[in-house]
Design a protein around this ligand. Structure first.
Ligand code: HEM
Ligand code: SF4
Ligand code: SF4
Length: 394
């Protein structure tokens, strides 16, 4: 979590968006210190309550906040540019139509407006301070917001005062409103990136989670069970058909997904024109959770609404297109695991519905009888090595 979430380590696989994001990330963390002062002023009825105590350090800090605010502003412009002008492939996929697209745009625009409010507020604040209006304090030079001050020339003191107070209220209400908006948005990643990374799968990639009940039964059959306890006679469902069959980590990850599409942009199935998009898998899980949650809140049927994640959101065609290569997990900047959802759902299709494509049945049969996907006797498995040995002896 320290490296991947706090340190943004995996983001830097793509340095340009990583740098732009780092500005947003640091800007958010640092500028919130200024918001802390906003809140103190609001509660105590003061104005720039920390300025007298911090002296020159205060001016230094406000200049720092302004440069960061400007950096955030520029980053948002570039991020919008690559979405709407450069139209990067990962932002033009079908699953991003509608709300996800609007959500991504709103987030960037709201951030820009909030940053403009800070700069405007500081500019108006200093115009009032220069006119010796109480309680405004002159702060020596604020390098960036002082560039806005000429625009306020010719404004009456009352007008500047309204602008300054307006920007203050706008910023504080904007931040509180945004904090609520975030809970409906993919922007929830600003909080959930941390727990999602903490609970990410650290096992070797390619190691698939087996079902303990099945493993035990097989071990008993082969006579290698480590315990004499019999396998449970009644088992739960094999694999996952709906969200209640997935683990809470799967659901947490769905809410942490930033819909960045790095997974999809590296998915061999998606790149070769198949319907599968690992980003869509994460979005589908979240959408289904939302649907069930809303239904429960409204006293509806919840999970028993006749729908399920399999079929109504994710098709067998998508599940079958996955090569289990783990490229999506590797590419995800917060190590989310769309493959885990796919494997659990495919397990359901194979074991509960016997619904895998007919071409796979030969492979399953071979696995059962020859312990490998090919129809060779297990005793012939090392024949190739004998041949190599013979070659070497020549
Ligand atoms: C805590 C403050 C954070 C803020 C203010 C923030 C802000 C943002 C914003 C505005 C976007 C949208 C960019 C776009 O639409 O093009 C974004 C995307 C993203 N964020 Fe964050 N973020 C924060 C934390 C994190 C953390 C801790 C991570 C973990 C690594 C993270 C990972 C991502 C990823 C992967 C994207 C998608 C980037 C892409 O499209 O290439 N963010 N973030
Ligand atoms: S594991 Fe499946 S979904 Fe993920 S990148 Fe590979 S093929 Fe795509
Ligand atoms: S799963 Fe990860 S890589 Fe894929 S869209 Fe979500 S955050 Fe991005």
């Amino acid at each position: 979590m320290a490296l991947v979430a706090f340190g943004q380590q995996k983001m830097f696989a793509r340095p340009i968006p990583a740098l732009l994001h780092a500005l947003l990330y640091v800007g958010f963390l640092v500028i919130n210190l200024e918001v802390f002062e906003f809140v103190l002023d609001g509660l105590l009825g003061t104005h720039r309550v920390l300025a007298p105590t911090l002296g020159k350090a205060y001016v230094f800090a406000i200049n720092g906040f302004e440069f960061l605010a400007f950096g955030v502003l520029i980053s948002c412009v570039i991020l919008l540019f690559r979405r709407y002008v450069l139209r990067l492939a990962r932002f033009t996929k079908p699953e991003l139509k509608g709300w996800p697209r609007l959500d991504a745009t709103l987030i960037l625009v709201i951030e820009m407006v909030l940053m403009c409010a800070i700069l405007t507020m500081n500019a108006a604040d200093q115009v009032l301070a220069n006119q010796a209006v109480s309680p405004y304090l002159p702060l020596q030079t604020l390098f960036l917001s002082s560039q806005i001050q000429p625009l306020l020339q010719g404004w009456s003191t009352e007008e500047v005062l309204i602008l300054e107070r307006g920007a203050w209220w706008f910023h504080i209400l904007g931040i509180l409103g945004f904090a609520v908006y975030v809970t409906f948005s993919k922007h929830l990643h600003i909080f959930l990136a941390f727990p999602a990374t903490w609970y990410s799968n650290l096992r070797a990639k390619g190691e698939m989670e087996s079902m303990p009940e099945v493993t035990k039964e097989v071990q008993l059959m082969l006579g290698i069970a480590t315990t004499s306890e019999p396998a449970p006679s009644e088992m739960g469902r094999f694999g996952a058909k709906d969200i209640n069959d997935l683990s809470w980590v799967n659901l947490l990850q769905a809410y942490a997904c930033t819909e960045c599409g790095r997974c999809t942009s590296e998915c061999p199935a998606n790149l070769t024109g198949k319907k599968l998009s690992p980003r869509k898998i994460m979005m589908d899980v979240r959408d289904r959770v939302e649907e069930v949650g809303k239904s429960i809140d409204a006293g509806g049927k919840g999970l028993e609404d006749g729908k399920s994640l399999l079929g109504d959101y994710i098709s067998k065609e998508e599940l079958n297109a996955c090569t289990s290569c783990n490229a999506c997990v590797q590419a995800c900047p917060i190590s989310l695991d769309p493959l885990s959802v796919i494997l659990q759902m495919r397990r359901y299709v194979a074991m509960e519905e016997s619904g895998t494509p007919a071409q796979w049945n030969t492979m399953f049969q071979n696995m059962e009888t020859s312990f490998s996907p090919w129809k060779f006797s297990p005793s012939d498995r090392f024949n190739w090595a004998e041949k190599v040995k013979e070659e070497e002896m020549k």
